[in-house]
Design a protein around this ligand. Structure first.
Ligand code: SAM
Ligand code: SF4
Length: 361
């Protein structure tokens, strides 16, 4: 029966709510192996056994929001706050550029210092200093007009996880002023402006049930984001969820496989949280169907301060050795680093091959 659900997933169009729940309930090591083998075949048919790199620059640890799960939440008086200067941000991207990175992800808390004008200037300078690169932003919820200016400045992609598609569960994870409704409004605005749009959720966040996860999968099947970020919940000691257990590695991997079958062309990272929960977490993610890795390019002295959760992986690819280590780890699982910016096939650049390529980075 579970194999029939995998067949149905691969046919496209998604499953019913009850079928998603049934598939997640039926999870077993044998079913996971079968799912992962199918997910890899689907990924390899579209992209080849390759992983796109995104250089992550964590701009700021200030945040005006108070999400209950996150160490950067405004109420955390013990959080160490920092904000990178434009020079530091540009230098981080340029280091990555010289190493071959062609996508930069500028991420941060919702810091009121980074008004539109400043982010617009940043996007323009990264695009000018790193020709041919894509800029991804992940700076939270904004009005339509702000997103419009950022898109006009040249940013091509935006990551904004929906966090959970269940409104009641959303309420348990956020204070009153943050609503699922506004989160979804943002995602629709981003899509309408022509951003490659990334949604996603935390696996094992407090109060999450299989019912919530089924709703997440149904939302993804319907919205069809170009990118999907999922990673296990990791507690942070200075948040209301300090005592909550971490999310489950195997469930996260299973969901990665399901998402790959559901949306074959999706750009799907093996996230930092996956690498933080298990020493080989990112490789396991790639074996489950992921095809993106986001090494950290932030200056080493600020990495510990971007403390979203405890025990966050902070090694990066700031040096050629970091990249060499990643290359070796990928080779061990018969995978390699893909060249180019790695746009979603619906947004492919004229000079770029996102499909299987024999070129190596
Ligand atoms: N402030 C922006 C936002 O919230 O979209 C971007 C930065 S935020 C730190 C990036 C993502 O980190 C969030 O979307 C959330 O899913 C994830 N995150 C936050 N706290 C987490 C935790 N304790 N465990 C796992 N993921 C977490
Ligand atoms: Fe701020 Fe993002 Fe953390 Fe929420 S998840 S507190 S918006 S940095």
């Amino acid at each position: 029966m579970s194999l029939q659900l995998l067949d149905k997933l691969a046919e496209g169009g998604g499953l019913s709510h009850a079928e998603y729940v049934e598939l997640l309930q039926a999870r077993s090591p044998a079913l996971a192996e079968e799912l992962f083998a199918r997910a890899r075949r689907v990924r390899d048919r579209i992209y080849g056994p390759q992983v796109f790199l995104r250089g992550l620059v964590e701009l700021t640890s200030y945040c005006r929001n108070d999400c209950y799960y996150c160490g950067l939440r405004r109420s955390n008086r013990n959080a160490e706050r920092y904000r990178l200067t434009p020079e530091q941000i540009l230098a981080s991207c340029e280091v990555g550029y010289r190493l071959g990175f062609r996508t930069f992800v500028l991420q941060g808390g919702e810091d009121e210092y980074f008004i539109d004008e400043r982010v617009v200037a940043l996007v323009r300078s990264v695009k000018a200093s790193c020709p041919g690169s894509a800029v991804t932003l992940s700076l939270g919820e904004k009005p339509y007009e702000s997103y419009r200016q950022l898109r006009e400045a040249g940013a091509e992609r935006y990551l904004l996880r929906h966090e959970t598609a269940d409104p009641e569960h959303y309420r348990k994870l956020h204070p009153e002023n943050l609503t699922l409704e506004n989160r979804l409004r943002c995602l629709h605005d981003l899509r309408s402006l022509g951003f490659q749009t990334g949604a996603g959720f935390i696996v094992g966040s407090p109060g999450q049930t299989l019912d919530c996860l089924a709703k997440d999968l149904a939302f993804l099947a319907d919205f069809k984001p170009e990118m999907i970020g999922i990673g296990p919940f990791m507690p942070h000691h200075d948040t209301p969820f300090a005592q909550a257990p971490a999310g489950d590695l195997d469930l996260t991997l299973f969901l990665l496989g399901v998402i790959r079958l559901l949306l074959p062309t999706v750009l799907l990272p093996a996230t930092t949280a996956l690498g933080s929960i298990h020493p080989r977490g990112r490789e396991l993610g790639v074996l489950a169907g992921a095809n993106v890795i986001m090494p950290n390019l932030s200056p080493p002295d600020v990495r510990d301060k971007y403390s979203i959760y405890d025990n966050k992986l902070s090694s990066g690819a700031e040096a050629a050795e970091g990249l060499e280590d990643l290359r070796r780890r990928l080779a061990e699982i018969n995978c390699r680093i893909a060249p180019g910016r790695g746009d979603h096939p619906n947004f492919a650049q004229p000079d770029e091959t996102t499909a299987a390529s024999s070129k190596k980075m």
